[in-house]
Design a protein around this ligand. Sequence first.
Ligand code: CDP
Length: 797
Amino acid sequence: EDGGPQPEKHCGHGRGGMGEDVKRKEDQRFITGRGNYVDDIKKPGMLHCEIVRSPHAHARIENIDKSRALDVDGVVAVLTADDLREYDLATMPTLMADTQDVLVNDKVKFQSQEVAAVIATDRYTAKDGAQKVVVDYDVLEPVVDAEKSLEDDAPLIRDDIEDKTDNHCLDWETGDEEATAEAFEEADVTVKEDMLYQRLHPAPIETCGAVGDYDPGKDKLTVHMTSQAPHIHRTLFAQVSGIPEHKIRIVSPDVGGGFGNKVPIYPGYVVAAAASYVLEQPVKWVEERSENIQSTGFARDYDMTGELAATDDGEILAVRTDVLADHGAYNAVAQPSKFPAGFFNIFTGSYDIDTAYGSLTAAYTNTAPGGVAYRCSFRVTEAVYLIERMVKVLADELGMDPAEIRRKNFIQPEQFPYESTTGWNYDSGDYEAALDKALEMADYDHYREEQQRRIDEDANKLLGIGISSFTEIVGAGPGKTCDIAGVEMFDSAEIRVHPTGNATVRVGVQTQGQGHETTFAQIVAEELGMNVEDITVEHGDTDTDTDPYGLGTYGSRSTPVAGAAAAVASRKVREKAKAIAANELEAAEEDITWDRESGEFHVAGAPDRSITITEIAAGAYMNKPAGEDPGLEAVNYYDPPEMTYPFGSYIVIVEVDRETGEVEFEKFVAVDDCGNRINPMIIEGQIHGGLAQGIGTAMLEHVTFDDNGNVTGGDFMNYLLPTSMEIPNFETGHTVTPSPHHPIGAKGVGESPTVGSPPAIVNAVVDAMSHAGITHVEMPMTPDTVWEKLDEAGLAA
Ligand code: CDP
């Protein structure tokens, strides 16, 4: 009756269940200034920590003189690696089992690396103290470019690794090299393009921070921290510090945006916790903006070569790619441990391509470590960019319409479940339906005519039309293939229905603004026939002491994994409620049926005899049937059988000014399919936000360095986030292709727009110039970059 996915027609019973535009419950506290973020936490006797950071990218530390800092009134302690070594905390493991200095042990490996920590009675005094720590550096030659770092004469960065003689980090490959080479030899047409997915930073509005609070009375360490994954962070804290796990409590309060930046563990967290342990007083550490951009997990930095082999009429026969990845000074990418290149091998995209080969080399450089999944499922963004850009390059080479070539190569609906040549098991899809809808919404044919008219009339503003028909992969596990530091990637939900008929829900994931307090309540409302107002999802204070263990929120895994757990836990509650309903309705349990529309239990054959869960909750506590345990609650730990594969088609129409190289958005259409939809209004918000981030990626953002290793794109003056001025009107649409294996047929959606939009935008700008032979423009497509291409093509006015 309710095992499988719920088709969309079930939506809208008026109780705030699946498919209803329920207003976000959490917004009451956010828009009235009552959010509770790490920096809002104030504890009696709380001290403040400021980190002393290296101005050099590569330097050996010869001496650290704390004395002048300790003389500052209010400075309580100055910690260096020597102090942490006593507690075995001078280094920490990264999520990829590399070893990173908490405070520099010997040699600085990137600018802004953590050298010392000053603890004082208030933040300003801590800052004054930090300026008085005198560090003697022996400055070494830095290398900030991955290609140069692999040259023979490059300075060695990781001399802390035994027998290491070069800056090589790792190699990885996927697919069949030989078969791919053959396909390329035999193909009618081959195309090749180099493209850099530049270094980005997730740049959440709230930077990272922590309040460590060791209570010697209870012998318990509580850490409030900006964490996207508090449970796994506690396990790692326990493993590294030796403090038993039940003596550590991590609380992730309201988090002001994560986007992957708050998945790794950073030195500041460890220092705040360690300092509170040593000083037996609470210690707060909160980063400034430039510290966040310059030292915490960056994203992307994949220098890719893409190649396609095809027939004359546009059938894609093979894809090949080679990547040079910059991992920074440590291997600290945040992705499932068996996937050194994340899910990059999904680079065959939405297309039925049976031959593929990919190889990757990663290098250490004197830059901050990272490679986090910035609103992305572990390198899917890079893979989607590669294939969607290459399809456009091929279309231009063949003189084919880019919509037509996509249609010709799409995996067809009847091919699902579809196993890709690189081993992914796509659950469901109807790519052509999404593309057709987008083409219609964009008025595609009209704009193609308009584009030609402008070329013919030698107009000052060229028109470009870009398409991206992306497939995402979200919802890691399953546990057998995906783990973080050995812990399998499942997730969890716990539901308790109280005697007066309302419910509290706890989940293993952590919200960072995505609206979980509303959407998880909607899942439970749908499954239990309750009103959404009667359900509280305890969020904004994810607490490892009380919440069920989960692997955290990133890679759009909340809905596919914890959302499934919430549905399954609800069904367990409903099963128990059935026995109580039978008791209350004085009928046999086998005669009780559940009606999703009304949200009631009925006695078969007697439609007037019905009862809701709210009405029978009391019975679980006050009038339980013989042989049943009291209470009405359930917990589910959900290990997904597969990931889910949301998809969409985006069409971007731009005007390119031939005089200035400026790009203006004329139209921006986004058609998404995330299976069954929980809250269309929240999805719309997710799409808008993600598209804005995609525009930032394509047009503005880049963490840059000079040759001395200085970060030249490390603050908001130089790392340009899009504002409302740069964001056009988005026209959104959707199709619904449920996931066949997800309990409510839902797929994730949060990152689709960030993943899918950059190639559509670049394809549009290239399309404005492709009649003059331009095949690629590097991101960010600033006016000067675009103007150079116009000039190269003889189009500059
Ligand atoms: O893991 P994260 O929450 O970042 O991503 P997600 O699972 O894609 O969900 C983002 C937001 O969209 C959440 O509030 C989801 O519940 C909501 N959503 C939805 O309403 N329907 C879907 N099919 C997928 C997500």
